[in-house]
Design a protein around this ligand. Structure first.
Ligand SMILES: *Cc1c(COP(=O)(O)O)cnc(C)c1O
Length: 383
């Protein structure tokens, strides 16, 4: 087996696609110590700057003091703590939905929700750039996968027309695309869902806490709460914690609780994790300046990088791609940026399509205007 593994690793190396871990030895935040040096962090999804917040740590500690560390069993056995339920009530409140079910991670939410809703003989319509966890959920469901061209409504409608009228139809889209930072045309998608009798599910991983008048996400921003049947999102990004949710009707929660295998067959998250997430949701509600600041920072960063002639695609969010195309060059530029004290991730295939390697710059509410100016300056030096 070692020969096989070495051959494959060498092949990745030659294509500039080999990945390696970088080690962080400080709390998450605008400045982190990575590989032994202090750098400004432009690659976390910690959009509101909450991951390293003292209050989350204290909430986790207090919950842990009262409830211990391990949950001991699945939620449906004896691992359902009061704090898990309090978190679900708070989630329903901030999502403006009748109910919410807490999952252990976004990856597990997608691989649990989708197979619970569709199966063999059904059809799923998925944007080509949807997150890998959505694809894996569809594969697990055994429903037929129709991948429509990115945000292309003609492509989606053509596939909806051709699909068998017999089975159930489910349209799924990221609301903010994780590697491009653009947003889905949700009104148009909702109209097509209605026209063709399809259910609509969204993944708000990068929108939750960032978009919408109260930070609930793109569904809130577009006023589509009644048209979207399942709103999935994660607490590991803007909320700075961990875990995920499915928000929607009371019936949706009751059904998923009884059928989603990634909910049923896994140990509940430690109560302390739920305690920290609950604290984060309350901060998100009270400190709207964080949302305003991350969006303002995104505008500054995008303007600075565009002025240097970089292509940032259609980004309108704190996720800002800088297109490099060549995977090895993107990796080399990321290394040179790190030398300049700027931590920016290179994103390469298979995370993005072939020949679309990029540097993915993310800004947070914790960055200062000077941080952003220094990052733009560093980009000038590494081209
Ligand atoms: C990060 C992400 C997930 C996975 O969420 P985790 O909680 O990190 O497992 C799912 N969907 C999208 C679009 C994501 O960006």
């Amino acid at each position: 087996m070692k020969d096989f593994l070495n051959q494959r690793i060498d092949a990745l190396d030659r294509q500039g696609l080999r990945r390696s871990l970088k080690m962080v030895v400080t709390a998450q935040g605008r400045e982190v110590t990575v590989n032994g040096r202090s750098v400004i962090n432009f690659c976390s999804n910690d959009y509101l700057g909450l991951a390293g917040d003292e209050r989350l740590r204290v909430a986790a500690e207090e919950t842990m003091r009262a409830r211990g560390f391990g949950a001991g069993a699945a939620r449906l056995v004896c691992g359902n703590f009061d704090v898990h339920e309090a978190l679900e009530r708070e989630l329903a409140l901030v999502k403006h939905t009748p109910a919410a079910l807490f999952f252990n991670a976004g990856y597990m939410a997608n691989t649990g929700i989708i197979p619970a809703l569709v199966g063999r003989g059904d059809a799923v319509f998925s944007d080509k750039l949807n997150h890998a966890s959505i694809i894996d959920g569809i594969v697990l469901s055994r429903a037929k996968l129709h991948r429509y061209a990115h945000k292309d409504m003609n492509s989606l409608e053509g596939m909806l027309q051709k699909a068998s009228p017999a089975g159930r139809k489910l349209i799924i889209t990221d609301t903010v695309f994780s590697m491009d930072g653009d947003v889905a045309p949700l009104k148009d998608i909702a109209a097509l869902a209605k026209k063709y009798g399809a259910w609509l599910m969204v993944d708000e991983a990068h929108a939750f806490g960032v978009l919408g008048p109260t930070g609930a996400g793109l569904v809130e921003a577009e006023g589509l709460g009644d048209e979207v049947h399942v709103q999935m999102g994660t607490l590991s990004k803007a909320a700075g914690a961990y875990g995920a949710y499915a928000a929607g009707s009371l019936e949706l929660k009751e059904y998923l609780l009884n059928t989603a295998r990634s909910f049923i067959f896994t140990t509940a998250l430690p109560p302390a994790v739920a305690g920290a997430a609950l604290c984060a949701l309350r901060i998100m509600r009270e400190e709207s300046w964080r949302r305003e600041r991350v969006l303002a920072n995104a505008v500054l960063m995008r303007e600075g990088l565009s002025a240097l002639g970089f292509d940032t695609l259609k980004s309108v969010t704190p996720v800002i791609p800088v297109m490099i195309k060549d995977a090895a060059l993107a990796a080399a530029m990321s290394a040179r940026l790190l030398d300049q004290g700027m931590f920016v991730a290179a994103i390469r295939p298979p995370t993005v399509p072939a020949h679309t390697a990029r540097l993915r710059v993310t800004v947070t509410a914790a960055h200062t205007v000077e941080d952003i100016a220094r990052c733009v300056e560093a980009f000038k030096r590494v081209v």
